[in-house]
Structures are given as C-alpha cells and as structure tokens.
Write a protein that binds this ligand. Structure first.
Ligand code: ADP
Length: 243
C-alpha cells in the first residue's frame, strides 16, 4: 500500500500563498537623504484572494505593487510571489516571471498612441503569430471592443482604453493581476465595468491586488489592507485566514 505523504503545514501554506512578504523595506535616495517608501512589511495573500490596498498619497501603495510584480527589488526583506523568491532573482529573471505570471493595469492605461487597439494588445506577445492575433481579438471581443480593433487609443473613450489595457494584461493568462488605481480616470459607469472584469478574473481562480483611493466599504469577499507612511496598519486582517 502506498503512503501519500502530506506536506507539512508550512509547505502547504507556501503552496496556497500568492504573495508572502517578510520584513520588507524599500528605501529611495532623496534630496533630504533617503525616504523609506516601505518599512517592515509582513503580508500574506492567498491564491484566489481579492485584496484592496488603501492609504493616502505617498503611503507606499505603488511601491508595494512594484515589489510584488517584480518591477523593483526590495532594499531588505523577502518577497515570494507564486513560489518565486523575487528578491533573489536578477532583473531579467524577474522580467521573465512578470511576462509569464503577472498582468498589470495602471491608472493612465500606458497604451502606445501610434498603434491600433489590436497591436497594443499584441505588445504582450513574444511574436506576432496568427494564434497571438486570434487570442488578442478574442480578449477584445470579450471586453466588448469587437468594433474597436483597428482604432487608435486617441479615438477611444477612457473606459475603452482601460479595457484595451486589461486585454493586454490578460493576454498571457496571468495568475496574478496587479491594478494601480485602474478606475482613477473613469466615470462611475466605466469604473463599474472595469471592476466587473477584475471580479471575473478572481472568480476564474486568479488573485487580484487593487490599489484604490476609493474609501467606500469593500465589497463582500474582499480584504482591505491600509498603508500609512510605508507601514501596514496593525490589523489581524493583514494575514489571510486559513481556508
Ligand atoms: P503611493 O502609491 O501610496 O502614492 P508611492 O509608493 O508612489 O506611494 O511612494 C511612496 C514614497 O516613496 C513617496 O514618498 C514617494 O515620493 C517615494 N518614491 C516612490 N518612488 C520613488 C523613486 N523612484 N525615487 C524616489 N522616491 C520615490
């Protein structure tokens, strides 16, 4: 009879974890010497969670997303995302990690103005194959942009531009979606559409981390964490509860 070995509880926890930060700090040089954008961050986010990061301007929210997405390295501490120790990877290893696992959406869309909608989504593709084009078109159709494929970003509304950015973020079927104020430039109706797509991504099993200024109560099922002056507000909600 074969004996199936159960992983011990710490291994099981790491496997279920999308993000683990331990003692993370990020210091930037500044005219006054240095600024601690993040200081002593301990955070656990489980796979499949939808987490809102709130806090005043300058609190470190964008820096936190940059570290979790591998765009920047911490000055100190451990950053483990989807099992990868990002603090120990080189810039090119982190770029590969991002391409394979992470989708980013930003407040200002970051679309290239001289490329049409479909080509902006194809920026995410390593090569422009027929398959890649089909994938881009399918995503754009799913996002309600079937009749906008050949438009340039300047010919689109803000809401449409953000949906193009979402299609680009989803191109590689990421496990983790990082959204930095994605509704900050949108009216209520378009903001609701973008939020619906983030929720759909979570319902399909993805993990979402959303930076928002919105101070309304979080929707059911979402965890809110607050950053102030580079530190997480003490709260037992900063650690995901075991399933
Ligand atoms: P938030 O997203 O909450 O507004 P940020 O993460 O952008 O906060 O910034 C946190 C702090 O770090 C701020 O004081 C900001 O000025 C500083 N900061 C962010 N990025 C840099 C950088 N590249 N160089 C120097 N200081 C930075």
């Amino acid at each position: 009879m074969s004996v199936v070995q159960q992983p011990d509880s710490s291994e099981a926890r790491v496997a279920a974890s999308a993000v683990t930060l331990r003692g993370v700090g990020k210091t930037y040089p500044s005219s006054k010497g240095r600024v601690d954008a993040l200081d002593g961050i301990d955070l656990e986010i489980a796979r499949g969670e939808f987490v809102e990061v709130r806090g005043p301007s300058g609190a470190g929210k964008s820096t936190l997303l940059a570290l979790i997405g591998g765009l920047a390295k911490p000055t100190r501490g451990e950053v483990v995302v989807l099992g990868q120790p990002l603090d120990r990877l080189s810039a090119s290893q982190r770029a590969t990690f991002r391409r394979e696992h992470v989708g980013f959406v930003f407040q200002l869309f970051h679309l290239l103005p001289y490329l049409n909608v479909c080509d902006n989504v194809l920026l995410a593709a390593a090569r422009r194959t027929a398959e890649a084009k089909e994938r881009a078109e399918t995503l754009l159709r799913d996002l309600g942009l079937a009749d906008r494929m050949t438009h340039r970003p300047g010919q689109l509304s803000a809401g449409e531009r953000q949906r193009v950015a979402l299609a680009r973020a989803l191109f590689h079927d990421p496990e983790l979606l990082l959204a930095d104020e994605p509704t900050g430039n949108l009216d209520a109706e378009n903001a609701a559409v973008v939020m619906e797509h983030l929720e759909r991504f979570q319902q399909a099993g993805g993990t979402v981390i959303l930076v928002t200024h919105d101070d309304r109560a979080a929707r059911a099922g979402r965890r809110v964490i607050r950053l102030v002056g580079g530190r997480l507000e003490p709260s037992d909600r900063n650690v995901a509860s075991p399933e």
